[in-house]
Design a protein around this ligand. Structure first.
Ligand code: NAP
Length: 461
């Protein structure tokens, strides 16, 4: 009877995990996706407790309380712009759990006098290698994003060779353990090399690479959990781990494509070293700036306005003011749409989440490929705290670090208005030629306050 219950809990839990990923792919169903994911986890925990039967629950309860005491404040205290860091930490915890379970299984079998062999050992080796390296790599990624660890790429001569050699030695130890029982020092040495490899993997990368790297680490953590599922003969872990591994991998590929970066570049490149000289060139060139009154009167006489949000909108939390502006313009008969670049902000879906939070209708939000051709027909492109994702240099300047990255064609609109606080560059550290175009007006100020000013100045009838 109990067996039937935990098996049902596992099947429904696995279904919830798959549905969660499906629903999370659209802002309309994202909330449902989060609930499905939480329900899946709850069923997994209940199912596992039923499965193991009468065990001492004391330690499990303590672990739950400690986990909740760490997780709940983290979720509430970290601002939205710090979600990449938070995600890195949660991968570190997940991977640590997988790695520790692998280690415990290995030593449990050893202490019971029958050292792990065969397929189970393969699973433990994969789980421990991916698990331990993901722990340290994720902690390093967290450190770089939080600027606790220097964000610039740290490179030295022979770095790739050392990394590769370390990985090969760790893999060789793993294969040794799979083939035959090994001396006592081998497993700890294997763990040490995996932990070290995680640190060295992140050193040569710039802070800017971290969101993409985190998606990749998500994939490793998922693969470690799937391997743990094989070691423990637990189907739910295999399914959840495999879904996690594949979705993390697909996400990192999408992010790399959207930034025109190859996987090898992300792993061995030094994007963070991109020239920051652009900032210095900026001051010498004149730009046209405008006031909130100017902006309001241009917007009031437009027929079609396309708004492009970026990282600055997230920092300023300008989405609610933007909603007010959208409502007022729509009332005046202006067609207002939002153009969302796949890597605007600092994490995938960053803009969609913020705009949805402000109740901006989903049918007003458009993906880059769906709206790009419409800029040529727009009276105004209103860029709010976006920079790299609208930089025309990506189309033609082969020396630019963002060359080849698909961008939103805002420069094709009749008038371009850009809200930002200064002429400072964005994430890639480069100047933006959009700001010097004849039809571009710079609206200098904090995104939230500036949009608020425009709202005040807009004619109300
Ligand atoms: P961005 O290029 O980083 O530019 C953001 C702009 O916002 C800055 O130029 C900044 O200018 C302005 N800003 C900051 N705070 C502001 C405030 N309070 N009010 C008004 N403006 C403010 O942003 P983006 O165009 O969204 O591009 C995203 C970048 O992140 C891309 O290079 C992308 O490759 C990278 N990236 C994204 C992801 C992802 O998953 N989304 C992952 C990894 C990397 P001021 O300082 O002058 O105000």
């Amino acid at each position: 009877m109990t067996q039937a219950f935990w098996q049902i809990a596992y099947i429904v839990g696995a279904l919830c995990v798959v549905l969660a990923i499906k629903w999370l792919s659209s802002p309309v169903t994202a909330r449902r996706g989060v609930i499905a994911g939480e329900l899946g986890m709850l069923l997994a925990v209940i199912g596992t407790l039923l499965r193991v039967g009468a065990v001492n629950l004391q330690w499990i309860l303590i672990a739950m309380v400690v986990g909740a005491a760490i997780g709940a404040p983290l979720a509430y205290l970290m601002p939205m712009t710090s979600v990449p860091q938070l995600t890195a930490l949660s991968h570190a915890f997940g991977a640590l759990a997988a790695a520790l379970v692998g280690t415990a299984e290995y030593y449990k079998d050893l202490s019971e006098g029958h050292p792990t062999v065969g397929f189970k050992m393969v699973a433990i080796v994969v789980e421990s290698l991916l698990g331990y390296l993901t722990v340290t790599a994720s902690v390093m990624a967290f450190g770089k994003l939080q600027e606790i660890v220097p964000t610039r790429p740290m490179t030295y001569k022979g770095q790739n060779f050392i990394n590769l050699a370390l990985f090969v030695i760790a893999a060789a130890l793993g294969i040794w353990m799979i083939i035959t029982p090994t001396p006592a020092w081998v497993f700890p040495a294997f763990i040490f090399l995996s932990v070290l490899f995680g640190v060295l993997l992140i050193l040569p990368l710039g802070g800017g690479e971290m969101p993409t790297v985190i998606a990749l680490l998500n994939s490793y953590a998922g693969a470690a959990c799937a391997a743990m599922g094989f070691a423990l003969e637990n189907r739910l872990l295999i399914i959840a781990g495999a879904v996690n591994a594949s979705s993390g991998f697909i996400l990192s590929v999408i992010m790399c494509n959207a930034m025109n970066r190859s996987f090898t570049n992300v792993l061995f490149g030094a994007f963070g070293q991109a020239p920051t000289a652009g900032a210095a060139q900026v001051a010498a060139r004149p730009v046209k700036s405008a006031t909130p009154e100017d902006a309001a009167s241009i917007l009031a006489s437009a027929r079609r306005v396309i708004i492009v949000p970026g990282y600055g909108m997230a920092v300023a939390q300008a989405q609610h003011k933007l909603r007010e502006l959208t409502d007022l313009l729509t009332k005046r008969g202006v067609q207002v749409d939002f153009a969302i670049h796949p890597v605007a902000g600092r994490m995938p879906g960053h803009m969609n989440v913020l705009l949805a939070e402000a109740d901006i209708p989903y049918d007003r939000m458009h993906e880059m490929e769906d709206i790009n051709q419409d800029f040529a027909e727009a009276d105004v492109a209103l860029v709010i705290g976006a920079n790299d994702v609208v930089n025309p240099a990506a189309r033609h300047d082969k020396t630019s670090p963002i060359y080849g990255m698909p961008i939103l064609d805002v420069d094709k609109a009749q008038t371009v208005m850009v809200i930002k606080r200064s002429m400072n560059p964005g994430f890639a550290g480069i100047d933006n030629e959009l700001y010097y175009m004849d039809r571009t007006l710079m609206l200098f100020g904090d995104a939230k306050s500036f949009v608020g000013e425009i709202v005040k100045e807009l004619p109300k009838n």
